[in-house]
Design a protein around this ligand. Structure first.
Ligand code: G
Ligand code: G
Ligand code: NA
Ligand code: MN
Length: 253
């Protein structure tokens, strides 16, 4: 089966679900929020990562359908947590470059929040640098501005690996830089120089920084020492099912 038909089938049979990975405030050591990560539940083999349907994120219709399905699943979870008084912090949703193509991405997401009764201040949107490659700057600026005006924060994902340049930071209002895992999880002296430069850039521009792929105590301590705000990675927790989120928060108290 092709990845596209697997993705279509997973959508049709309602097998798409979010997992959640905590983001840790490095200064306090406490959970500050979560990133929602797409998974699909293979009837025989169990929960599968997005790599198994990666090609679907490059297909205009499937990318949109997967994104909207994830938004529905995540917002239903957020609504349920809020009703139970579970304070998760902001939940980050990923958007692919394809999803961003639509003129109405922001309008539809804001309408969804209203339909689920979830405040925009509960949500962060992670965009990859590919968003800038596939869309005009004016288009991206309109969408980002509309989302931020509504109260959604914007994180630039995989920062340092892709198409976004330093000039983009001057032109586009973003709230968070996510330092790509490739710099964090196997750091040569050169990688760490880049990590520190991104943290410094964030400090200078008033943009919070999140390090991805934090797997060791040594790495966490170095990030804290160098002023990085948040960490995400297996040291703290792998992505977990929605049903395990409240337990993670309980253990964090
Ligand atoms: O969870 P995992 O490490 O397997 O994710 C692999 C890649 O898939 C990551 O780059 C991640 O950002 C991306 N990804 C995970 N969930 C989503 C999603 O809901 N939408 C999009 N567009 N990408 C996602
Ligand atoms: O591209 P994005 O940042 O969205 O990718 C996040 C993915 O990275 C998650 O889907 C998760 O499975 C994976 N991941 C999370 N923490 C770690 C980690 O500490 N080490 C590695 N190698 N991968 C991680
Ligand atoms: Na992401
Ligand atoms: Mn990333």
């Amino acid at each position: 089966l092709s990845m596209l038909s697997i993705a279509r089938d997973a959508l049709d049979r309602d097998l798409i679900l979010p997992y959640y990975q905590p983001k840790i405030d490095l200064r306090t050591g406490r959970i500050a929020g979560f990133e929602a990560l797409l998974r699909w539940n293979h009837p025989g083999n169990g929960v599968q990562p997005p790599a198994t349907i990666a090609a679907a994120f490059d297909d205009p219709e499937l990318a949109l359908a997967l994104g909207e399905r994830m938004q529905d699943r995540v917002l239903a979870d957020v609504r349920a947590w809020r009703e139970r008084g579970v304070n998760t912090g902001r939940i980050a949703i990923n958007a692919s470059a394809m999803e961003f193509r639509g003129a109405d991405f922001a309008i539809k997401l804001i309408a969804r929040l209203a339909a689920f009764g979830v405040p925009a201040t509960s949500i962060e949107l992670e965009i990859t640098e590919g968003v800038f490659f596939d869309n005009s700057d004016a288009h991206v600026l309109r969408i980002i501005s509309a989302l931020r005006d509504a109260g959604i924060t914007i994180a630039l994902d995989d920062f340092g690996t892709g198409y976004a340049s330093l000039a983009h930071l001057k032109q586009f209002p973003v709230d968070v830089l996510k330092i790509d895992r490739s710099f964090v999880d196997a750091p040569s002296a050169c990688d760490w120089t880049i990590v520190r430069a991104i943290i410094g850039l964030g400090k200078g521009l008033g943009i919070r920084t999140v390090a991805e792929g934090v797997e060791t105590v040594e790495r966490r301590d170095a990030l804290l020492n160098d002023g990085c705000d948040f960490g995400q990675g297996y040291l703290f927790s792998a992505p977990v099912a929605g049903a395990a989120v409240a337990d993670l928060l309980e253990a964090d108290r």
